[in-house]
Design a binder for this molecule. Structure first.
Ligand SMILES: [Zn+2]
Length: 216
C-alpha cells in the first residue's frame, strides 16, 4: 500500500491521537528537554512496507504547533514533502514496527527508567516478580516473573537497532535503552499508553523495593 492510498481520515485520526497523548505525557513531565518521541502507524502493514506518523525532531512537546508531526515510511524517510525532520531515533520505531506490526510506539525518558536500566545493566534486563501490573501485558499467571530487556545506548542510533532485534521478546511490549529511556508499544495508542504506564509503575516499584531490601 502506497502512502497515497491511505485515507486522509486515517491520517488525521493518527495525528489527533498523537496530539492528545503528547499533551498528556507533557503534563506529566515525560518530555524533559525536548526528549522522547511518539508514533502511530497508518495503513496496511507488511514487514517490508508500512507508514507511520512520528514527532518531529527537536520540538518542545509541551506546545501544540502545525509542525509537531510528520509521516515516514518503513525506512524512516518522510512520506511526503516537508521541511520537518523525523527524530534520529525513528530508526528504532521502524525496527519495532517491522518486528511486531504493532500500531503505536511511545518513547519517554524518565528518572526511574534511567535509574533501573543502570542498576540492572549487568544482567541486561529488569527482573520483575509477581507485580499485579504485569497483567497490563496480558500475562495472567499468578506470581508471574518477567524480564524487561535493556540494550546499549550508542550515540550512533543505527548501532542500537541490531540490539533491539536480538533483545526483542514478543511477550514483553517494551525495551529499555541504558540510561536513556523506554520504548513501549501496543496494538493501538490506547494499548501502548497502558503498557508504558505499567512499565513506569513497575520501574519505580522495583527500584524502591531494591532500596528497601538494602535498608535504604
Ligand atoms: Zn530518547
Amino acid at each position: 500500500m502506497s502512502f497515497l492510498d491511505i485515507s486522509l481520515e486515517e491520517k488525521q485520526k493518527a495525528l489527533a491521537e498523537l496530539r492528545d497523548v503528547k499533551q498528556l505525557f507533557a503534563d506529566r513531565g515525560w518530555f524533559a528537554g525536548t526528549s522522547g518521541n511518539l508514533s502511530i502507524r497508518v495503513g496496511d502493514f507488511t514487514p517490508e512496507q508500512f507508514h507511520f506518523a512520528i514527532t518531529a525532531s527537536g520540538k518542545d512537546k509541551s506546545m501544540q504547533t502545525p509542525e509537531d508531526f510528520l509521516f515516514v515510511d518503513q525506512q524512516g524517510k518522510p512520506a511526503e514533502t516537508t521541511r520537518l525532520k523525523p527524530s534520529a531515533e525513528t530508526l528504532i520505531h521502524c525496527e519495532i514496527y517491522r518486528l511486531t506490526g504493532c500500531g503505536a510506539i511511545f518513547h519517554v525518558h524518565t528518572v526511574f527508567n534511567n535509574l533501573i536500566s543502570e542498576y540492572f545493566w549487568d544482567r541486561k534486563s529488569v527482573p520483575v516478580d509477581g507485580v499485579e501490573l504485569i497483567k497490563a501485558f496480558n500475562i495472567w499467571d499468578e506470581e508471574a516473573h518477567i524480564d524487561i530487556p535493556i540494550v546499549s545506548n550508542y550515540a550512533d542510533i543505527p548501532r542500537i537497532v541490531p540490539e533491539v532485534t536480538s533483545a526483542f521478546n514478543p511477550q514483553i511490549p517494551g525495551i529499555i535503552l541504558r540510561k536513556h529511556g523506554i520504548y513501549a508499544w501496543g496494538a493501538n495508542a490506547f494499548e501502548a499508553k497502558r503498557h508504558l504506564e505499567a512499565f513506569e509503575f513497575i520501574f519505580e516499584y522495583v527500584y524502591r523495593w531494591e532500596l528497601l531490601k538494602r535498608g535504604g
